[in-house]
Design a protein around this ligand. Structure first.
Ligand code: COA
Ligand code: MG
Length: 309
């Protein structure tokens, strides 16, 4: 799966920002047709995105297009226009039911068939950012195998439940952890909230590191200043990689000695710690930082094999 430590948004009608985004080395670029675009600029956004997709070199960055929400009356036109640009990924905001996920996926499949693309070649990410979406997380996460990630929108969720947004985001804790859990249960990536104060680098770093600790795979961002800090926060440190490798290696030898639990540096290691260490190695590999993933290590024990996230 494509690594999505940071997904950078910009208004789809702003060619200058799209162009700038292609120079930043960001994992994913999301050209917006939804809330970043004024109501009277929706048609312009479709045209500007089409031009940018045709003329710009996005390098290794994933080319995502966010359409307007289902039920807005714009979704069909947006989806047709977005697919016509041959994007890597469609992003659908404010998803609340499994049917909505299936509706989009079926439209994409019809496009793939008519364009002679392999089925599944266009990826799908959905935003869950309302109370109803959080209540239906399980069915949304299980809805369609095209789905690769759930993106949690903190500002929209706060508006949906009438919460006051605070800097420490305690009002979002339940929903953020619900998203991480639903994603982990279905091998999906979980993408965390936007940090809107783009001049506060220390604040961003703290929130991004917290998201990584919670188990998120990455974070939505809205400004070039946020790329480096965010991608770093979602890349395991050299120290963490080294420690994870030591756990995996010592676990293997302790299993051979017939011990399920053992001590390493004065701390107890057993199966859950091994699984966590494997996740660190998978993330390091996905971020291009390590050549070995967990599965390279754990061939000795078939049921420990897991998909890279
Ligand atoms: N993507 C790409 N480039 C961006 C960018 C973004 N999201 N935000 C700013 N830039 C560029 C600017 O164009 C400017 O480039 P330039 O010097 O070549 O002109 C440079 O980065 C510095 O921008 P700055 O002056 O600090 O910000 P701004 O006042 O132009 O824009 C925002 C501030 C918040 C309006 C802008 O960051 C933005 O549009 N963010 C995304 C909003 C969005 O898409 N929201 C919906 C999803 S949550
Ligand atoms: Mg939103």
């Amino acid at each position: 799966m494509h690594s999505r430590r940071a997904i950078l948004y910009m208004p789809g009608d702003d060619r200058r920002k799209i162009q700038k985004a292609t120079t930043l080395g960001v994992d994913s670029i999301c050209m917006d047709m939804e809330d970043g675009v004024a109501a009277n600029k929706k048609a312009e956004a479709r045209e500007v995105i089409a031009g940018a997709m045709k003329e710009l070199d996005f390098g290794k960055s994933e080319r995502c297009i966010r359409i307007n929400q289902i039920g807005s009356g714009l979704e069909k036109r947006d989806l047709i226009a977005a697919l016509a640009t041959n994007p890597d990924t469609i992003v659908v905001p404010k998803v609340e039911t499994a049917e909505q996920v299936k509706w989009v996926s079926e439209h994409i499949e019809t496009y793939e068939l008519s364009s002679k693309l392999n089925i599944g070649s266009v990826r799908l990410l959905v935003g869950v950012e309302t109370a109803k979406g959080i209540m239906n997380l399980k069915e949304i996460a299980e809805a369609d195998k095209r789905l690769e990630a759930i993106i949690f929108g903190g500002e929209d969720f706060a508006a949906s439940v009438g919460a006051v947004r605070t800097k420490d985001a305690t009002e979002l804790l339940y929903a953020r952890q619900a998203v991480v859990t639903a994603c982990a249960a279905n091998d999906l990536q979980a993408i965390d909230i936007v940090f809107i104060d783009f001049k506060d680098e220390a604040g961003l770093r703290a929130e991004a590191e917290e998201g990584a600790r919670f188990g998120f795979s990455g974070k939505q961002i809205i400004h070039p200043n946020q790329v480096e800090v965010t991608q770093e926060a979602f890349t395991p440190s050299d120290e963490a990689i080294k420690y994870a490798k030591r756990i995996v290696e010592s676990f293997e030898s302790s299993q051979k000695e017939g011990k399920g639990a053992y001590a390493l540096d004065g701390k107890m290691i057993d199966m859950p710690l091994l699984k966590n260490a494997q996740k660190v190695l998978d993330r390091a590999k996905a971020a291009g930082k390590s050549k070995t993933s967990a599965t390279d290590y754990t061939d000795f024990h078939g049921n420990l094999k897991r998909k890279s996230v």
